[in-house]
Design a protein around this ligand. Structure first.
Ligand SMILES: O=C[C@H](O)COP(=O)(O)O
Length: 248
């Protein structure tokens, strides 16, 4: 049985004050009816503040990217060891904004996954098709390519991994894949993983991301292969985020 997981991705938003306000508001609103694991990926500079505010038994903190390199002369980069050192549980890898705006490609992303797995930080590897790819019917080809880049590397540990499906056309747009449409892609991803390891595939948590809100979370999370969400905009609003967590 897979335990649901909801991760907030604050992207490049927030301040020291809002980090404290939002996380305190989430912690005080959470009740014992919430049974999912909850993570929040904050900007690097707020990780330590976020750790000090939250109880790891309630909210675990993560980062939004990581270097593929081991510590050394890489000005401006942050290593997986550093993330582990400051107590990160998660790191997002291959978010579409990283793929598109920072030209991060599959080969580099797989190295990042491996770097995270050398530490205790769990990579959340994100995949998803663009609007153009979606419209041209290329969704499954694109997803296959992105997932297989990972699966083809035998050093990748499928038991220390979370996957996230985020159709790029649904991110921050208010458009969402229908629950049935998202379920098809999630089932496809699980089937790809099961070709390498059926037990790992059954245990693997696959999150959906892309305009998840309190009013559509239940129908998305109700799908058999959707194990929670990766939440952007709504994770900056404590009430909305907790409401989403209640549905997972
Ligand atoms: O990482 C989160 C995704 O990019 C989804 O963002 P969104 O919920 O604002 O659409």
């Amino acid at each position: 049985m897979r335990r649901s997981l909801v991760i907030g991705n604050w992207k490049m938003n927030g301040s020291l004050d809002s980090t404290s306000e939002i996380l305190r508001a989430i912690e005080t609103t959470i009740d014992d009816k919430i049974t999912c694991d909850i993570g929040v990926c904050v900007p690097f500079v707020y990780i330590t503040a976020a750790q000090e505010i939250t109880k790891p038994t309630v909210i675990t903190i993560g980062a939004q990217t990581v270097s593929e390199y081991q510590p050394g002369a890489y000005t401006g980069e942050v290593s997986a060891h550093m993330l582990e050192d400051v107590g990160c549980s998660w790191v997002l890898i291959g978010h579409s904004e990283r793929r598109t705006l920072f030209n991060e490609a599959n080969a580099q992303l797989v190295k990042k996954v491996l770097a995270a797995q050398m530490t205790g930080v769990t990579p959340v590897y994100c995949v998803g098709e663009t609007q153009e790819e979606y419209k041209s019917g290329a969704t499954f080809d694109v997803i296959k390519d992105q997932v297989e880049a990972l699966l083809n590397n035998s050093a990748v540990d499928l038991t220390q991994l979370v996957l996230a499906y985020e159709p790029v056309w649904a991110i921050g747009t208010g458009l969402t894949a229908s629950p049935e449409e998202a379920q098809k892609v999630h089932a496809f991803i699980r089937a790809l993983v099961s070709e390498r390891d059926i037990n790992a595939a059954n245990m693997l948590r696959i999150l959906y991301g892309g305009s998840v809100k309190p009013d559509n979370a239940l129908s998305l999370f109700g799908q058999k292969d959707i194990d929670g969400g990766l939440i952007g905009g709504a994770s900056l609003d404590a009430k909305a985020f907790v409401s989403i967590c209640q549905k997972a």
